[in-house]
Each structure stands twice: as structure tokens, then as C-alpha cells.
Ligand binder design. Structure first.
Ligand code: SAM
Ligand code: DTB
Ligand code: SF4
Length: 350
């Protein structure tokens, strides 16, 4: 059976060629979706969606030039720079997220790379959030090996660092750090024993071949990332990518489906861009194998669907928030999905 026809997705160390990844993209839409949905069911309960909350703990003023990003200091986007939050202020937000039913709390900072003293402060936040019984995730830019070790010691479960786009398109989007720098940070995170969260952005004017190149690069990492966020570009006035032609929604769903097939055991996160997606498009993404979202009205600086809309969507689609696996946190702190939705919600419209 040719590689592209494997029914069970691809396992770690069995990365298909880039041509095979492209061939998956080129399948008839319904065929691709059927295969992705089948792979999804082999590894997950397709009615469960993991729910993370995101908080910008240090906003704006970033020296990098990522062409999509509202937080780059060089673009006039109206984002007001804010220094690193205090641990107490972060804890307050984490408590709210837990009460709203989130199982993972992700802290983002607009840094190229944190200073050691910044890492010490974030480490304190991580320990405090972890003590609430939440899984912890951070995205702080490039890390040295020692910084990764310090965060791991503090209890950081996941580190998010994206490849963002295909290696050959990368130079059109970011000039202030190399693709290889990203691979190096991911290596430090793996070596420290943390779980990796690594994905990218689509809708930046890349070709289908380049979307295949992004997923080929992510799936070809030494181990598949535990989480794979697929962001649809949020266009922000003032950034160079504002005004880019929007990606065809079916093409976006294809990207989710191919990610699911290539990385069958990873959490595939329907990440930035949901606010402007219809419920029908999101439903197709869940069918294609997405099983994680950011929940709450804000991402880092841009909008996300409001909580009521997401709750209604879960009810309409019969989806349930995934609980933290028993091994991920202390037994007394397992989050129950009922906080987010009424326990016996029927899978039909009200
Ligand atoms: N500064 C750190 C870094 O770049 O690694 C962490 C924060 S950065 C905002 C995290 C990720 O958010 C980026 O790698 C990118 O994939 C995503 N992102 C940023 N702006 C976005 C936008 N306008 N639309 C979609 N995704 C975006
Ligand atoms: C990721 O891949 N997407 C999230 C998270 N990792 C940190 C960030 C999305 C940011 C969208 C733009 C903003 O809100 O500033
Ligand atoms: Fe800075 Fe991260 Fe935004 Fe790039 S994506 S400009 S590194 S905050």
C-alpha cells in the first residue's frame, strides 16, 4: 500500500516524503476528511475537545519583525506595550480559567528570547499556576538549554514554539531569526523533558505546497509535538500581512486533516482565527481531526469567540471538554468538564 494510503496515520520516525504530504493535500476533499476522521477515531474519542486558556503575561514591544504579529514594536498596530505581569495577577486569571473549565493555562510573552531574570519570574508563575491543578504551558520565544531546564524544574508541562511556515517561505515572513533557531529551541525543550507544542500559521499567502512543507517539517521533528496549533492568520491593520488574500476555508480544513493524518496521536489545535470562522467551518475542522481549542474571549491581543458562543457550539455538536489525564496532575485536581457545560447536555440544538 503506498504511504499516502496508510489508514492509521503516520507514527513517529515514519515521516512520509514531502511529495506524499502534498499528495494527501491533493486528495478529493471528502476522501481526505474520511481518512483523517478515521485516524482521529483510532486514537481519540472524537467527541472530546481539549480546552486551553491563553494569557498574555507580557505584551507588545517585541524587537522581532514577524510579518503577521501585532506585538512587533516596529508595526503601528495600536497594541499597548505592557511589562511582565506579577505572579499574583497571573494567578487571579488562572483561577478564573480553572473555574471556567480550562484544563491547560498557557502564558505568552512578546519576547525574542527571555533574559535569565525573566525566566526566574515566569518560573515562579508556572509553579503557582501548577499548584492550582492546571496543566501549564508557556511561549516566551527562544530558550537556551539552561532556561528550558529551569522552566521544567518549576513544573512547566508544555512549551509552545512554532515553526510558523515552510522553510522556503520563512524568509518572506521573518528576518530577525532563522528557521534553525526555532529547531534549536525545540531541541532544548525536548532535552529538558518538557512536552512540545509546535505548529504554524496558514493564510499568509503561502502555496499549498508550502503548507505541505510546514506540516512535513513539523511531522519530521525528532518526535511528534504533543500539541500542534494550526493558526489561521488573524489580519491586524499595521502588520505587513494585513490585506493578504484569505485562505479558502476548505483549504484550511485540508491543513487540519493532513496534520491529523501525519501526527495521529498529537492534539491538533484549532488555534488563532476561530473568531471569524462560521460554526460550520469549525465543525468541519473537528471532523477533520482538530481536538483542541483556546477558550476565552481573547487570545494574546486579538479576539476569540466569546464563551457563550463556544458553549452553544459544543452543545450543537455534542462535544465535551476533555479532562486532564489522571497522570498529568494531582488526583485531587482533575478538572471536570461539567463546569463548562451542563452534565447531560443533549447533542442537539436547543
Ligand atoms: N514571542 C514568542 C514567539 O514568537 O515564539 C511567543 C508569542 S508568539 C505571539 C506565538 C505564536 O503566535 C507565533 O509563533 C504565531 O504562530 C502566533 N501568532 C502571532 N500572531 C498571529 C496572528 N496575527 N495570526 C495567527 N497567529 C499568530
Ligand atoms: C499559537 O500557536 N497560537 C497562540 C499561542 N500559540 C500562543 C497565539 C495566537 C496569537 C494570535 C494573535 C494575538 O492574539 O496577538
Ligand atoms: Fe515577537 Fe513572537 Fe510576535 Fe514574533 S511572534 S513579533 S517574536 S511576539
Amino acid at each position: 500500500m503506498p504511504a499516502t494510503l496508510q489508514p492509521s496515520g503516520f507514527q513517529n520516525g515514519n515521516t512520509p516524503s514531502r511529495d506524499s504530504v502534498r499528495a494527501l493535500f491533493d486528495l478529493p476533499f471528502t476522501e481526505l476528511l474520511f481518512r483523517a476522521a478515521s485516524v482521529h477515531r483510532e486514537h481519540f474519542d472524537p467527541t472530546e475537545v481539549q480546552v486551553s486558556t491563553l494569557l498574555s503575561v507580557k505584551t507588545g514591544g517585541c524587537p522581532e519583525d514577524c510579518a503577521y504579529c501585532p506585538q512587533a514594536a516596529r508595526y503601528a498596530t495600536g497594541v499597548k506595550a505592557q511589562k511582565l505581569m506579577t505572579t499574583e495577577a497571573v494567578l487571579e486569571k488562572a483561577r478564573e480559567a480553572k473555574a471556567a473549565g480550562a484544563s491547560r493555562f498557557c502564558m505568552g510573552a512578546a519576547w525574542r528570547s527571555p533574559k535569565d531574570r525573566d525566566v526566574a519570574k515566569v518560573a515562579e508563575m508556572v509553579s503557582a499556576v501548577k499548584a492550582l491543578g492546571l496543566e501549564t504551558c508557556a511561549t516566551l520565544g527562544m530558550l537556551t538549554g539552561k532556561q528550558a531546564d529551569a522552566l521544567k524544574c518549576a513544573g512547566l508541562d508544555y512549551y509552545n514554539h512554532n515553526l510558523d511556515t515552510a522553510p522556503e517561505f520563512y524568509g518572506e515572513i521573518i528576518h530577525t531569526r532563522e528557521f534553525q533557531d526555532r529547531l534549536d529551541t525545540l531541541e532544548h525543550v525536548r532535552a529538558a523533558g518538557m512536552k512540545t507544542c509546535c505548529g504554524g500559521i496558514v493564510g499568509m499567502g503561502e502555496s499549498r505546497d508550502q503548507r505541505a512543507g510546514l506540516l512535513h517539517a513539523i511531522a519530521g521533528l525528532p518526535t511528534h509535538p504533543d500539541s500542534v496549533p494550526i493558526n489561521r492568520l488573524v489580519q491586524v491593520p499595521g502588520t505587513p500581512l494585513n490585506g493578504t488574500a484569505e485562505i479558502d476555508p476548505f483549504e484550511f480544513v485540508r491543513t487540519i486533516a493532513v496534520a491529523r493524518i501525519l501526527m495521529p496521536r498529537s492534539m491538533v489545535r484549532l488555534s488563532a482565527g476561530r473568531e471569524s470562522m462560521s460554526d460550520e467551518l469549525q465543525a468541519l475542522c473537528f471532523l477533520a481531526g482538530a481536538n483542541s481549542i483556546f477558550y476565552g474571549e481573547k487570545l494574546l491581543t486579538t479576539g476569540n469567540p466569546d464563551v457563550e458562543r463556544d458553549q452553544a457550539l459544543f452543545v450543537r455538536l455534542g462535544l465535551r471538554p476533555m479532562e486532564i489525564a489522571a497522570t498529568e496532575t494531582t488526583p485531587t485536581t482533575t478538572i471536570h468538564a461539567d463546569v463548562l457545560l451542563p452534565a447531560a447536555t443533549p447533542a442537539r440544538a436547543a
